[in-house]
Design a protein around this ligand. Structure first.
Ligand code: NAG
Ligand code: NAG
Ligand code: NAG
Ligand code: NAG
Ligand code: NAG
Ligand code: NAG
Length: 265
């Protein structure tokens, strides 16, 4: 009869601790598949995720909430694409489910004498589970007008006369027909940021644009069972919807549901 080496008992005893200790050693959370990142100065966490080479196979987060973390002009900037347009992410507050974004087009003009960023498109939230918070106000630019109506402010920057209107909440009845403007675009800013510069709006509206706007998010469709079971929703390019659990397992639907390791990718 061969006695087991005395050290093997010791190793057997340690074994469960290795399993427990490993996930705990990851500083982020107990979700090994859902790491937090820092992109530049901005912490990025669930339901947002970093769009990198790994996320082409699977990601932990909501579809459309992918953030590109790449250098722009030698600066690492988090950037999200909404409706084909790029926005810089200024901050994410997961507790209050809020995110602050700035249209990339308005950032190409730096503060200084040229304070006239040109807004080129409206904000398209698509069908993502996102909406504006109550801190925002819509503003509309009308370009190439004959003159500006008294309910709007003339902008003293563009070659052709342009006007800026701060919109009321809800429907707007103002009539622009007689001013023969050639185009318009609506965007959104933080109400306090525009109120602060009202006296000099015609020359400093760019400052409010560069401070961005706020969105809030809500739970993505089909994610209820997963999040309510303590999981985090994600996506796999073959399996489709997947649920990441705090014990490191991945399930097809919700935690303690169908374990996905039984599914062959
Ligand atoms: C977690 O640890 C990694 C290295 O182990 C580090 O790069 C990362 O910044 C850390 N994240 C946080 C949120 O502390
Ligand atoms: C993710 O990154 C790839 C490669 O940089 C890019 O082609 C793709 O458009 C990005 N996806 C999103 C949603 O930004
Ligand atoms: C988004 O917010 C606006 C008010 O800012 C509201 O009118 C609209 O119904 C909201 N949309 C959704 C889908 O909740
Ligand atoms: C629009 O709504 C916001 C918050 O809901 C409020 O603070 C603001 O006074 C309203 N503005 C107008 C013009 O009604
Ligand atoms: C601003 O405009 C968007 C559409 O462009 C609309 O969904 C939103 O409700 C508007 N916000 C306010 C406060 O009127
Ligand atoms: C508006 O501009 C004038 C002259 O440049 C300046 O003295 C004043 O402080 C500005 N007001 C605000 C609210 O920025």
């Amino acid at each position: 009869m061969i006695e087991p080496h005395p050290h093997s008992h010791f190793l057997l005893l340690l074994l469960p601790f290795f399993f427990i200790a490993l996930p705990a050693a990851s500083n982020d959370s107990t979700y090994p598949n859902c790491p937090s990142y820092k992109c530049g100065d901005v912490p990025i966490s669930y339901p947002f995720w970093i769009n990198d080479s790994e996320s082409t196979t699977q990601f932990c987060g909501y579809q459309g909430f992918g953030i590109n973390c790449s250098p722009i002009l030698n600066e690492i900037v988090p950037e999200i694409r909404l409706g084909g347009d790029s926005y810089h992410v200024q901050w994410i507050f997961p507790e209050s489910r809020k995110i602050s974004l700035v249209d990339e087009d308005v950032l190409t003009v730096r503060p200084g004498p040229d304070r006239c960023p040109r807004v080129r498109h409206r904000i398209n939230l698509q069908t993502l589970p996102l909406n504006y918070t109550s801190h925002n106000v819509n503003i509309t630019f009308h370009f190439g007008c004959i003159e500006c109506p008294d309910f709007a402010t003339e902008i003293q920057c563009f070659e052709r006369k342009s006007c800026l209107q701060i919109m009321n909440n809800g429907t707007d009845e103002s009539d622009w027909d007689e001013f023969s403007c050639t185009g318009d675009v609506v965007t959104t800013v933080i109400r306090d940021n525009i109120n602060r510069i009202l006296p000099n709006l015609s020359t400093t509206f760019g400052d409010a644009l560069r401070l961005g706007f706020e969105l809030e998010w809500w739970r993505m469709d089909d994610c209820d069972k997963c999040e309510e079971s303590g999981g985090r929703c994600g996506h796999h390019n073959i399996a489709g919807f997947i649920c990441f659990c705090s014990d490191g397992t991945t399930n097809k639907d919700y935690c303690k549901g169908t374990l996905i390791s039984t599914i062959k990718f």
